[in-house]
Write a protein that binds this ligand. Structure first.
Ligand code: C2E
Ligand code: MG
Ligand code: MG
Length: 549
């Protein structure tokens, strides 16, 4: 070994347990130091191997990007990767391309604690995971003095480029891009995907984001067959301050980025991003308030069928605003801005109108009531007056108490539920299993029906843990004399599993999507074979286009 290389070694060892020298194809040419303690193999056995065999598969694209992205002589901050075949063992890699040496890379390797946060299969974090890691890194930065920034990365056309490839090549591109983003992030484990083309990561301050974009673009175009993507990045420093303020500012800044991207003038700071986002939210809340007071919304109706007969037992009314899409974000906003009682009241008003206009008298409708509204004396008092005013409504109106907002006072909520039940209306606990409090609700709220959250139902056919959970829940409900509904039944396989689990009612694409009038459920062979006499709602002929009259 030449003197120059030894000097370099000395430098690297000052901060490393061992040193690897790797040729451009990935083969290890030199391994020196505490190989056994760091990588679990002796020095000699490492030489001639590819570094790729040493590292878990999910972390390889990250090192690919690290090695592919280093300029001659440039040194990047350490990335933590997990050692293959040795659970719990991780090492930090710092790489430097040796100048004028045929593209060889010198890596200082240091034993390291495994990454704090587990990302998905590609190592990217969820939004929640990203917010959590930011918080813990900022806590640590108070001690270490490390200066971090939030980098927002937009890759216009990434999703299109991926979709244009076949499945295998598309998945490979996603893995490489995820690896490249992680390689730019603090220790390789602080990057998240926020949307099709939008990503965020935390990294040390100091480098122009344009340099990072150059590296990322090189990786993307290498994987996308030379195609270059229009990528841009913008970084804002993470300001110190109270943890609560930082968490709030980060949340709003991420919302701002998700909604606006980087197309307009990006914010200079986290606080500015937060201000922008708050202003936009307030203006949307104002629009929602106006839409409610002017009754600018419609209802969509989805059948809930008796699982034995396949016939619609009742329909759930789902609110639709002008965009026609899922109202979920509006409902959340209404809950946050105290508009929810007004929303729920306006929906019940329209549901009642629909019931009164039904000439058959057989139509039954379920209205969603937020967990927040059910706790309100004024709201429930209003419902009671409406029901008492028309005796034909009593057993045709069902209330689904949703879990989108937590119920503050279970005793009050239960009192209100019992008074609605006392008037002849059935009450259903919606979204069972979606929140942490579901069992407490079931214990403290006496209801007629439990609706099992779609996330458990959808996995039922695969017969994993969720299947066992649903079966036990149905059993428990039977003992409590509570009926059950399975939502999001999309396939015959799921329907079979739901039926086997003993569920009473089902709802989902299989029986009909939400439509602008309460129509009959789609009739399929199994359902059609059942005796129609059991049908509480008259059924016209088959087909999705048929509407209730
Ligand atoms: P939810 O009460 O659990 O309503 C069921 C949601 O699942 C509806 O979404 C429906 O369109 C969807 N869905 C039904 N079948 C299937 C299926 O087979 N597959 C899939 N993937 N989805 C299915 P939607 O209409 O977007 O409503 C979302 C949530 O918004 C509702 O969940 C409810 O929590 C809330 N919401 C809707 N309307 C109202 C309302 O009038 N008042 C209140 N407070 N909340 C409402
Ligand atoms: Mg519902
Ligand atoms: Mg639900």
């Amino acid at each position: 070994m030449s003197i120059a290389a030894r000097r370099l070694l000395g430098l690297a060892f000052a901060n490393a347990d061992m040193l690897l020298e790797i040729e451009p194809g990935g083969v290890i040419l030199l391994a020196l130091g505490a190989a056994q303690a760091t990588l679990g193999a002796d020095e000699k056995s490492l030489v001639g191997k590819s570094w790729r065999n040493l590292i878990v598969e999910a972390d390889r694209p990250m090192l690919d990007a690290l090695f592919g992205g280093i300029e001659d002589g440039a040194r990047r901050s350490p990335l933590i990767v997990r050692v293959a075949g040795q659970p719990g063992r991780a090492v930090a890699f710092t790489a430097r391309r040796l100048p004028d040496n045929g593209g060889r890379i010198s890596c200082a390797v240091l034993a390291a604690p495994p990454p704090q946060a587990a990302g998905g299969a590609d190592g990217l974090l969820s939004r929640d995971g990203f917010e959590a890691i930011t918080k813990s890194l900022m806590d640590a930065a108070k001690i270490t003095g490390q200066q971090l920034e939030l980098a927002m990365v937009e890759m216009a056309g990434f999703a299109d480029a991926r979709d244009a490839l076949n499945d295998e090549a598309g998945a490979a591109l996603e893995r490489q891009v995820a690896g490249a983003l992680r390689a730019e992030s603090h220790q390789g484990s602080a990057a998240a995907k926020l949307g099709d083309n939008r990503f965020v990561l935390l990294r040390e301050q100091g480098e122009n984001p344009a340099t990072m974009i150059k590296r990322l673009s090189r990786v993307v175009s290498a994987c996308a067959g030379g195609e270059s993507l229009d990528a841009s990045a913008h970084a804002v420093p993470l300001e110190s301050g109270s943890p609560a303020r930082l968490a709030r500012a980060l949340r709003y800044a991420l919302d701002d980025f998700i909604e606006e991207g980087l197309k307009d003038v990006p914010p200079h700071s986290l606080s500015q991003a937060m201000d922008r986002s708050v202003r936009r939210t307030l203006s949307k809340a104002g629009e929602l308030g106006a839409a409610l007071s002017q009754r600018r919304f419609t209802l969509a109706y989805q059948p809930v069928v008796d699982i034995q007969t396949g016939v619609a037992h009742h329909h759930e009314a789902l609110v639709r605003f002008e965009d026609g899409g899922s109202p979920f974000s509006m409902v959340r906003m209404a809950e946050e801005f105290d508009l929810i009682e007004e929303l729920d009241h306006a929906v019940v008003e329209q549901v009642v109108r629909q019931l009164k206009g039904d000439r058959t008298g057989a139509l039954k409708l379920a209205a969603n009531i937020s967990g927040r509204s059910i706790g309100s004396e004024i709201f429930v008092g209003g419902l009671e007056r409406v029901i008492k005013a028309d005796s034909r409504l009593r057993d045709r109106l069902i209330f689904e108490v949703t879990e989108s907002a937590a119920i503050d006072d279970l005793d009050v909520a239960n009192r209100h539920i019992q008074s609605l039940r006392g008037l002849g209306c059935k009450v259903c606990l919606d979204d069972f299993g979606a929140g942490a409090a579901s069992f407490a609700y079931l214990q403290r709220l006496k209801v007629d029906i439990v609706k099992i959250d779609g996330r458990y139902v959808r996995d039922l056919a695969s017969d994993g843990r969720d299947g066992a959970l649903v079966r036990h829940l149905v059993q428990l409900c039977k003992e409590l004399k509570v009926q059950t509904v399975a939502e999001m039944v999309e396939t015959v396989e799921i329907e079979d599993a739901v039926r086997r689990a003993g569920v009473d009612f089902a709802q989902g694409w299989l029986y009909g999507r939400p439509a602008d009038r309460p129509g009959p459920a789609i009739v399929r062979e199994t359902a059609a074979a059942a005796p129609p006499a059991l049908a509480p709602v008259a059924v016209r002929r088959t087909g999705t286009s048929d509407q209730w009259r």
